[in-house]
Ligand binder design. Structure first.
Ligand SMILES: [Zn+2]
Length: 380
């Protein structure tokens, strides 16, 4: 037996793929040309992730515009934007290095996903020999598509949220139907909801409880058995090697976060200043029985924003320390975040996206080896 271990989802897109996306936006290449590059990047990602020894793999989201916008736009520049959306929505996040990411704005209803995560998974699955996971976006992120204060004529916020929950449920079910062994829900807006950044109004509206309630509206549609394999990912962001909410105390998030009835949690922790403080919070607030499932806590042992590769010894040390606060039957290991949640990401601290890819696979290999060592040490 070893502790469970799993990545969050994304990998840096090769420079070649990022160039192809830009060329597609300029209409210099066809969608077919872009698809070929995406297929090649997914195949390469899966093969290299399998070679790390990871027990479960992903395609690195090489076809997605971003972890958050894949259901509604083909590229971050807005090519292939879904119906009833305009490009000028609110900021999702302003990062510490000053760059920001913006969401589209809903202009009418009904709200529908144009792409489901399963559309990607179906194409990538044939490349894998190991079980695959699929990440999906939380409804709590996409609820920010609706204007913060105004109402949309003819399409109330309530109607929108009902449609959104239906689409989010479909996204998860279809991923399982397409063969995903596990589905994790990206919830990076959770920590950001306590930031109170005056430049980004929604972060000062105390929306965390609404987010939790909205996500549970979807999660509670699944049986306890299904929820064993439905996870939640939390982090302070991870884009262009920068973060958006690392200064928010986990104590403001975790008691609420564990109220979601998910079976497992993928939590940024490697880059925390005081890891043991957070392990303790996780031990205190995670639940043995979340409406029929025990919540398994995957702690982050790898920092995707730092080019220095962690050692297996460090990973082992973190897990053994965490096991003093979190029961080992409910302990696992993950990376702090996806390695590139947005498709266009030059990974400045790494020097280039291609170099960042090489480093990412080395980091995953260190995680896998560290998990092995910790499992032996813990007598599993
Ligand atoms: Zn993340």
């Amino acid at each position: 037996m070893t502790l469970p271990t799993e990545n969050v989802g994304s990998m840096p897109r090769p420079a070649r793929l990022q160039e192809a996306i830009a060329a597609y936006d300029k209409e210099d290449i066809s969608h077919d040309d872009l698809s070929k590059q995406q297929d090649a990047a997914c195949k390469d990602t899966i093969e290299r992730m399998e070679a790390t020894g990871a027990p479960i793999v992903s395609d690195g989201e090489q076809r997605a515009s971003s972890f958050a916008t894949y259901p509604i736009t083909d590229t971050l520049a807005g090519t292939g934007l879904a119906d009833h959306l305009a490009a000028d929505g609110q900021y999702f996040a302003i990062f510490d290095d000053g760059h920001h990411r913006q969401l589209p704005r809903l202009t009418g209803g009904p709200f529908r996903y144009k792409t489901f995560a399963s559309d990607y998974l179906k194409k990538s699955k044939p490349y894998a020999t190991k079980p695959m996971k699929q990440a999906v976006i939380a409804p709590s992120m996409l609820c920010l598509l609706y204007p913060l204060d105004d109402n949309i004529d003819g399409y109330t916020r309530e109607q929108f949220l009902a449609d959104l929950c239906d689409e989010a449920e479909k996204d998860i079910r279809q991923a399982f139907d397409a063969g995903a062994a596990r589905v994790s829900i990206d919830f990076t807006e959770g920590r950001l909801a306590n930031k109170n950044d005056p430049r980004n109004p929604w972060t000062g509206r105390h929306m965390l409880e609404q987010f939790i309630e909205l996500n549970n509206r979807v999660i509670d549609r699944f049986s306890a058995e299904e929820r064993t394999n439905i996870g939640i990912h939390t982090c302070p962001g991870g884009d262009m090697d920068s973060v958006h909410s690392a200064e928010v105390d986990y104590a403001e998030l975790l008691p609420s976060m564990f109220q979601m009835n998910a079976g497992y949690f993928l939590m940024q922790l490697a880059s925390e200043k005081d890891k043991e403080y957070v392990y303790k919070l996780v031990g205190e607030h995670s639940r043995e029985d979340a409406n029929g499932v025990a919540q398994v806590c995957f702690i982050g042992v790898i920092n995707p924003l730092d080019p220095t590769v962690e050692t297996a010894e460090q990973v082992e040390h973190d897990l053994v320390t965490a096991s003093r606060h979190i029961p080992k039957e409910r302990l696992g290991a993950t990376d702090d975040c996806g390695f590139s949640p947005f498709s266009i990401d030059n990974k400045p601290k790494h020097g280039s996206p291609d170099l960042a890819r090489d480093i990412a696979f080395q980091k995953i290999a260190a995680r896998v080896e560290g998990v092995q060592r910790a499992s032996e040490k813990l007598g599993l």
